[in-house]
Design a protein around this ligand. Structure first.
Ligand SMILES: [Ca+2]
Ligand SMILES: [Ca+2]
Ligand SMILES: [Ca+2]
Ligand SMILES: [Ca+2]
Length: 348
């Protein structure tokens, strides 16, 4: 996507004035940190995080706001939700949503402060243009529909960096060697026959990995670096104790230091699929507990792998990895994680 940064220049309007006001108020020391427990304490989060978030463009960005009204409960205020983006300033207005901050910016809401204890979704988007973004949620105690100098302002902000890194890399061959018709496995057809031209008939970029010897593996085809083992508690076993909730997986990735790197993140679903090997065999329906004869869908010579921990009541197939892509089901606006059970696995 082309950059629209230069196009935003002509729009030097009240939105930029508001940005300047933020800055002036900051210089005047009139910004109030949300660490003052008794004061109104807005909180903004992106994907559950409070610190800078880095996402590939195809990742889903979910932004929520919460407010502890503190001693200002019941006091009239302007509420602000604004975004400084590579395309210019955008503002959120309840309940209509986001609009480009042209000549007239409006508060997200006007009214007395109250505790917003349930995180409220204000943005859920993927495919944002590459660049740096900053989002703010604030309240000012002079309910005049504007952010004027001297308004007591309480705010929280978060930076988001959208990168293209996850979006483009060579496709890795799946390792599929069998051919099929629409019913069952067949001998691979020759050119001109039905069902010719299957995955098994194209070898493409063969999977190739470099074990870096520091707990990381580099995929020589995609260039992605992966954590070698899902042994998240580091006890040498891969079992039920290593499994994480989705939120734990998101938070755990960003706090990982495997191999001495600090920029770990969850892989996108596309990145995660780049590791799949269709030489694996689906264990569904297998009733035993001995997994020694099973073939996983990942190179287990390179990566540490274990099936579900049947001694802890898991099924053999409970060996799933988390991706940063959320499966969105448009039914009653419910969110559903793609892998609702045990989740693990991070990429770098
Ligand atoms: Ca926050
Ligand atoms: Ca105001
Ligand atoms: Ca192939
Ligand atoms: Ca473990």
């Amino acid at each position: 996507m082309e950059s629209t940064r230069s196009k935003s220049k002509p729009y030097v309007t009240s939105v930029n004035v508001m940005a300047a006001l933020f800055f002036v108020l900051l210089l005047l020391g009139q910004f109030y940190s949300h660490s003052w427990a008794v004061s109104a304490a807005p909180d903004i989060k992106v994907n559950g995080m409070d610190n800078t978030v880095t996402l590939a463009s195809e990742n889903t960005l979910t932004m929520t706001v919460e407010l502890n009204a503190g001693e200002q409960t019941g006091e009239a205020a302007d509420w602000w939700i604004v975004a400084d983006t590579p395309m210019g300033w955008y503002c959120y207005e309840y309940p209509n949503g986001w609009y480009f901050g042209g000549d007239s910016i409006r508060p997200a809401y006007q009214g007395s402060l109250f505790n917003l204890t349930e995180p409220m979704d204000v943005l859920c988007v993927s495919g944002l243009p590459v660049g740096n973004y900053a989002f703010y949620f604030g309240v000012d105690m002079n309910m005049n529909g504007a952010l004027t100098g001297g308004d007591a302002l309480y705010y929280d902000g978060i930076e988001v960096n959208i990168s293209a890194s996850g979006g483009s890399f060579p496709v890795v061959d799946t390792g599929q060697t069998n051919c099929y018709d629409d019913m069952a496995e067949i001998d691979c057809p020759v050119a001109g026959e039905s069902f010719y031209g299957q995955d098994a008939q194209y070898s493409g970029n063969q999977p190739s990995y470099a074990d870096n010897g520091d707990g990381t593996v580099t995929d020589n085809v995609t260039g992605l670096m992966w954590q070698q083992s899902p042994d998240t508690d580091g006890d040498g076993d891969i079992d039920a104790a290593d499994k994480l909730s989705y939120d734990e997986a998101v938070a755990g990735a960003s706090s990982q230091t495997t191999g001495g790197y600090s920029d770990w993140r969850l892989p996108t679903i596309k990145e995660l699929y780049s590791l799949i090997l269709f030489s694996g065999v689906d264990p569904s329906g297998y009733d035993g507990t001995d997994t020694s004869g099973l073939i996983p869908f990942i190179d287990d010579d390179t990566f540490d792998f274990a099936y579900g921990d049947t001694s802890s009541g898991e099924r053999i197939i409970d060996a799933q990895y988390a991706s940063s892509n959320l499966y969105v089901e448009h039914r009653g606006r419910q969110w559903r994680h793609p892998l609702r059970r045990q989740l693990r696995g991070w990429s770098h």
